[in-house]
Design a protein. Structure first.
Length: 112
């Protein structure tokens, strides 16, 4: 910040060290590694390391692949099930016993 304001950086740092050295809390430098606070802190730390642009691209590719596989499975299922699947075999039933009048079949009438 001192460099941004075009101040004398070594002089500002020396003044800051002198001021912080006078207080009990800041007399010693802080430890390099802080103790772990719990599972949530660990998980949040791992999420902070993720490159979200690459993760979004990877997630998009994964979703597109799942959509394609789902469409392929649906298409195969619809082609495997033909329109006549599930029909029982047709059985001829004679209409000779029917007492109602029926029209004669072509070619079965009286010959001239």
């Amino acid at each position: 910040y001192a460099a941004l304001l075009k101040l004398d950086v070594p002089q500002v740092m020396a003044c800051l060290d002198a001021e912080l050295g006078a207080t009990q809390k800041f007399a010693e430098p802080p430890p390099l590694a802080e103790p772990s606070h719990g599972a949530l802190d660990y998980i949040m730390l791992q999420f902070s390391k993720v490159d979200w642009r690459k993760a979004a691209i990877g997630l998009g590719v994964l979703v597109a692949l799942l959509v394609c596989l789902s469409a392929l499975a649906t298409w195969r299922r619809s082609n495997a099930a033909g329109p006549l699947n599930g029909l029982k075999p047709g059985v001829y039933q004679s209409t000779q016993d029917v007492s109602a009048e029926t029209l004669p079949l072509p070619g079965s009438g009286p010959k001239r």
